[in-house]
Design a protein around this ligand. Structure first.
Ligand code: ATP
Ligand code: MG
Length: 262
């Protein structure tokens, strides 16, 4: 991976993707391109297939049909670990932090894939491993700092409110400087102050080298941060457009945004 390709970033291209479980067609004929340098919002009602699409991108699910390509690299057949090595990172819909580790140690897990000290270091701590842990701690603290929560670094997840846990989890996802970052409902459980902080942090994460995709039910947040929004409905791509176009799309209003008015 050379630095010039990191600098310009690569698009993530999804072509005619279909995924089903038994007779349940979860994703049908999904074709879209997620561009670096943008924040792409992904919205849709419960069960629309948003998390399943993330699972196809990260390799947890194997679609029956279609192609996914990151720049020149076809992803079909690559395991989740191989995609992580290409720079794929995600946060999960349900917070998954290790209660035995402090917040910053949880974030350091996000740097594991870059670790070079190897398994021997676990049994026979070496200088290289110590230096690496120190530098990982700095990177993890910086990731917490980017989300404005460095102050909780040494706290246990068991002592933190849900909104804070969410931010620690996002810090873990960004710690390794990913090239593709998939955030699944990052605002779930956040109060309005935390959501505003998250919104600012997401806008700061935007970078020409990063494909950033956010799944959210918080419409104000998604409209605020996204340059383009894709709408899924029962496994199909219903619409794509900028926030103004999505707000004005009658189909979208009917199936999703209109829910509030019912
Ligand atoms: N591993 C699985 N096995 C069987 N069905 C699955 C599996 N994963 C997802 N599904 C089904 O796929 C459909 C889409 O689910 P998915 O979780 O992707 O929706 P979502 O858009 O993320 O919804 P939500 O907004 O509630 O998180 C649902 O009908 C779900 O039951
Ligand atoms: Mg989901």
């Amino acid at each position: 991976m050379n630095l010039s390709s990191i600098a310009k970033g690569q698009p993530l291209v999804i072509d005619d993707l279909c995924l089903s479980f038994g007779g349940n067609k979860v994703l049908q004929d999904i074709t879209l391109t997620l561009e670096p340098g943008e924040i792409s919002g992904l919205i849709g009602p419960n069960g629309a297939g948003k998390t399943s699409l993330f699972n196809c991108l990260t390799g947890l699910y194997s679609p029956q049909q279609g192609k996914i390509q990151f720049g020149p690299t076809p992803l079909n057949g690559l395991a989740p670990t191989q995609r992580a090595a290409l720079g794929f990172s995600r946060s999960f819909q349900h917070v998954a932090l290790c209660p035995e580790l402090s917040a910053v140690e949880n974030v350091m897990i996000g740097l594991e894939r870059q670790s070079s000290a190897g398994w021997l270091d676990a049994f026979l701590p070496l200088a290289r491993g110590r230096n690496e842990r120190l530098s990982n701690r700095h990177l993890a603290l910086a990731a917490l700092g980017r989300l404005g929560v460095e102050r909780v670094a040494d706290e246990s997840p068991t002592q933190l409110p849900p909104g804070m846990l969410r931010l620690v989890e996002i810090a873990r996802a960004i710690a390794g400087s990913p090239r593709v970052l998939l955030l699944d409902e990052p605002a779930a459980g956040l109060n309005s102050v935390e959501t505003r902080e998250l919104s600012n942090a997401l806008k700061m994460l935007r970078s020409p080298s990063l494909v950033l995709v956010v799944v959210e039910h918080d419409m104000d947040l998604i409209m605020e941060v996204s340059s383009i929004i894709h709408v899924l409905n029962v496994g199909r791509l219903l619409a794509s457009g900028d926030p103004a176009q999505i707000r004005a799309n009658p189909e979208v209003v009917r199936i999703y945004l209109g829910d509030d008015d019912d």
